[in-house]
Design a protein around this ligand. Structure first.
Ligand SMILES: C[S@@+](CC[C@H](N)C(=O)[O-])C[C@H]1O[C@@H](n2cnc3c(N)ncnc32)[C@H](O)[C@@H]1O
Length: 258
């Protein structure tokens, strides 16, 4: 592990000791009363109202109602997607944890000149799976929450003009869909699956397929302790990979594959 990794890890570990190991859940008292299938539509409505008060530029404005990813992390994703285009890094784009498609649509938008780059979209669209012991107590309340909609993914892709031929929907739990997916090479991998087991599985399955010069962005490194452990374990196995950050004080975390 290089010096950059060590300093990032020590900072985030200190944060984890001081604070919750998982994000605070908004509207937790209301959740038992709302059918889970409504979540994507209610979230979309809330985000449309929020969006009106924000002065966002395109394409961040269009994707806002379709994503939970923070603005700084979306900007980082956009920058990485632009870099793989400029640097001609070969491979497809893979997102594990798609929800309503906002972050995926942004990556599709930034790579629209590369019609050959497929956008592989992996999600069960059934909410988060059960958390495990590595995720800690605070993560348990997230199980079954964060329900997205593949229909809403198609809506934002169409709104953004991303051709359907570029899209590969892999609907189901990762344990069922990963073994069936045929992906040769990846230029940009976005992992947004929150918990230890899925993040570890994503890294182990797709990490070795990322091209030299490609990128892996990890949405939950500073939010969920399980994600952080999975990433740290992966980096220990692959010391040639470095963990970088973008933005301050909220940070995006990404690996540049060397
Ligand atoms: C935080 S959301 C993704 C957010 C999204 N990238 C966005 O732009 O808002 C996490 C998603 O990961 C999916 N997920 C987590 N673990 C999974 C697994 N093991 N198999 C399939 N989907 C999974 C959940 O269904 C959920 O939709």
């Amino acid at each position: 592990m290089n010096r950059e990794n060590s300093s990032i890890n020590s900072t985030t570990n200190q944060t984890a000791k001081k604070s919750e190991n998982a994000p605070v859940q908004r509207w937790f008292w209301l959740r038992p009363f709302l059918p889970r299938k409504l979540q994507p539509y209610l979230r979309g409505l809330r985000k449309r109202l929020e969006q009106q008060k924000l002065n966002l530029e395109e394409p961040f404005r269009s994707v806002y109602p379709f994503t939970q990813v923070s603005q700084v992390r979306l900007k980082s994703l956009m920058q990485l997607a632009t870099r793989i285009e400029e640097e001609g890094i070969p491979g497809d784009i893979v997102e594990c944890g798609v929800l309503d498609g906002g972050s995926a649509a942004l990556m599709g938008d930034a790579t629209r000149k590369s019609a050959h780059r497929k956008l592989h979209l992996f999600d069960a669209w059934k909410g988060l799976p059960p958390s495990g012991s590595e995720d800690g107590e605070a993560s348990k309340k997230w199980t079954g929450q964060v329900v997205g909609s593949s229909h809403r993914v198609s809506t934002i892709m169409a709104e953004m003009g991303i051709p359907s031929e570029r899209l590969a929907f892999h609907k189901g739990w990762f344990s069922d869909t990963f073994p069936k997916a045929e992906i040769e090479q990846i230029a940009l991998l976005h992992i947004d699956a929150d918990f230890y087991d899925p993040v570890k599985f994503c890294l182990e399955t797709w990490g070795p397929k990322v091209s030299k010069g490609g990128y892996i962005q990890l949405d939950d490194y500073s939010e969920f302790q399980g994600c952080r452990s999975a990433v740290d374990e992966f980096l220990e196995k692959y010391p040639q990979m470095t963990l970088n950050t973008y933005g301050n004080p909220t940070k995006a975390y990404y690996i540049h594959v060397g």
